[in-house]
Design a protein around this ligand. Sequence first.
Ligand code: HEC
Ligand code: HEC
Ligand code: HEC
Ligand code: HEC
Length: 177
Amino acid sequence: MGLSYKMRLILVCISIIVMAGIGFLFKNLLTPDSFGVYGYYRADAIKEAVEVPIRHGTNDSCFKCHAFEAKIHKAGLHKTISCEFCHGTYADHVTDGKKTGTLPVKTGDQITSLCLRCHNTEIKARSEKVIKTVAIPDHLRDQHVKLTHNCSQCHNVHAPLKYINRAKQITGLMEKG
Ligand code: HEC
Ligand code: HEC
Ligand code: HEC
Ligand code: HEC
C-alpha cells in the first residue's frame, strides 16, 4: 500500500491511544471499589478478614473447663504445646462458652503416631537441643518392653515425665526378672 510515512505514524499513534483507552477502561471496570482507599490494597479486605470466625483458642481457653488436665499440663514438659495440636479445634468443641461438640481423643497406636510427629529421630529438621527424639523400636527395646507398647503406657500424655520414675521401676524390675 502506498501510505505515506506520516500517515503510518499517525495510524500507529491512534492504535496506541485506542489500546491505552481500552486498557484504562478495563482497569477501572476490574478494580474493586475499595481499592486504594487506605493504600495500594483493597480496603474491604480488612473488614472481610475481621469477619472470618475465629476457630482456634489458646490453652487458657481450655483451662477454664479442664482444671484437671490444666494442672498436669502446666507443670510438665509439654506446657508449651497447644492442646489443640493433639485434640483439634476449639470451634468444633465450644460455642458461646458452652460445650457443643466432641473432640477426637487418640487411643493406642494412634497415640504413638501422634507422639512421633514431634519426637521421631527420623525428623532431622530440629536439633536435639530443641526437642528430644527417640528411634522406634530401639527406644522400646531399651526399656525392655514389647514393641506393641504405646508411648502413653509410660509417659503421661499431658506431662510426659510425670510418672517416668514409676515406669522405670517397673521396667527395671522386668529387666532383673
Ligand atoms: C501431646 C498431645 C496432647 C496434648 C498437648 C494435650 N492432650 Fe489431652 N490427651 C491426649 C491424649 C493422647 C489423650 C488420651 C489419654 C490417654 O490415653 O492417656 C488425652 C486426653 C485428654 C482428655 C480426656 C479425654 C477423655 O475423655 O478420655 C482431656 C479432657 C484432655 N486430654 C484435654 C486436654 C487439654 C485441656 C489440653 C491442654 C491443656 C490437652 N489435653 C493437651 C493428648 C494430648
Ligand atoms: C465451656 C467448657 C469447655 C471448654 C472451654 C473446653 N472444654 Fe473440653 N470438654 C468440656 C466438657 C463438659 C467435656 C465433657 C466432660 C469431660 O470430659 O470433662 C469436655 C470434653 C473434652 C474432651 C474429651 C472428648 C469430648 O469432646 O468429649 C477433650 C479432648 C477436650 N474436652 C478438650 C478440650 C480442649 C483441647 C479445649 C480447648 C481448645 C477444651 N476442651 C475446651 C468442656 C469444655
Ligand atoms: C507438637 C509436638 C509434640 C507432640 C505431639 C508431643 N511432644 Fe513431647 N515434647 C514436645 C516438646 C516441645 C517438648 C519439650 C522439649 C523437650 O524436652 O524435648 C517435649 C517433651 C517431651 C518429653 C521430655 C523429654 C526430655 O527429657 O526433655 C517426653 C518424654 C515427651 N515429650 C514425650 C511425648 C509423648 C509420649 C508424646 C505423645 C503422647 C509427645 N511427647 C507428643 C513436643 C511434642
Ligand atoms: C516402657 C516405657 C516406655 C515407653 C513405652 C516409651 N518410653 Fe519414652 N522413655 C521412657 C523412659 C523410662 C525414659 C527416660 C529415659 C531416661 O532418662 O533414663 C524415656 C525417655 C523418652 C524421651 C526423652 C529422650 C531423651 O533423649 O531424653 C522421649 C522423647 C520419649 N521417651 C518419647 C517416647 C515416645 C515418643 C514413645 C512412644 C513411641 C515412648 N517414649 C515410649 C520409657 C518409655
